[in-house]
Design a binder for this molecule. Sequence first.
Ligand SMILES: [Cu+2]
Length: 282
Amino acid sequence: MKQFFSIWCLLVLALSAHAQEVTLYINAALPTIYTQDIAAASFNFSPTFEMKNAIVELEVGDEVQFIIHNNDTVPHTFTIDGLLESDNTIAPSTFEEFSISFLESGTHRFYSDLAQGKWLGASGSILVGYTGNPKFHWNLFDLQTQLSHDLQQGVTDMIPSDYQPEMFLINGAFYPETLDDEDTYITGAVGDQIIISIVNSGLMDHIFHFHGYHVEILDAKVLGDRVGWIKDSIPIKKGEAMTVLLVPDKPGDYPVHDHNLIAVTNVGFYPGGMLTYLSIAE
Ligand SMILES: [Cu+2]
């Protein structure tokens, strides 16, 4: 009986440690976005390229074995600021494994820290915690068509000071396609404790304006001093990984968009780009 009890205890311990495996593929491609034939790279759950990077949801205390396949012809890294910043290179056509424990709730960004990675869009997000809350994810990215090809071909590995992006994406989509993505288009009801996990994978800073509601900043890896602020406009710096809480006090349909209106366009045409909606029921 005693032996049975200790085996049972070990089993419970093993289960509560939440060891798990996440397999990701770094895929490169030449997709067409709106009217633009661009060069892009992405972290996906399969070897098939998708503009939308992988979104990983974890629980606090999870110990994750990441298996990262590099399907590209150039090296990449698997970088998570503050958690994995060295010995993290993956040669072309190989895979590497990385074990990381996530001890606190919040948002992390993972990316390939090379010009042909992060600046071509290979940058995804992890949300830890908030089990039971409705969860949404915004991964921001901006790009300039010719620069994407120059980066991909190794003509440059720098962002020019006169960088003028043409496309502005949330989860790899531009408005109105943002409304077709269940992670981007926010739906809920009055009183819901809605969690929005946001990363800025782009080459410039962004600032989001919520119509109708204020949100509370729960964590922010770049602007950590803003935690606790309750605002209708929130800065989302380059490289930011943040979590905000939205508790709607009234029903309605409201836009959320980049307050820099240049970013609410598709190759100069308004409206487009970084614009989505909140649809809140009674
Ligand atoms: Cu506005």
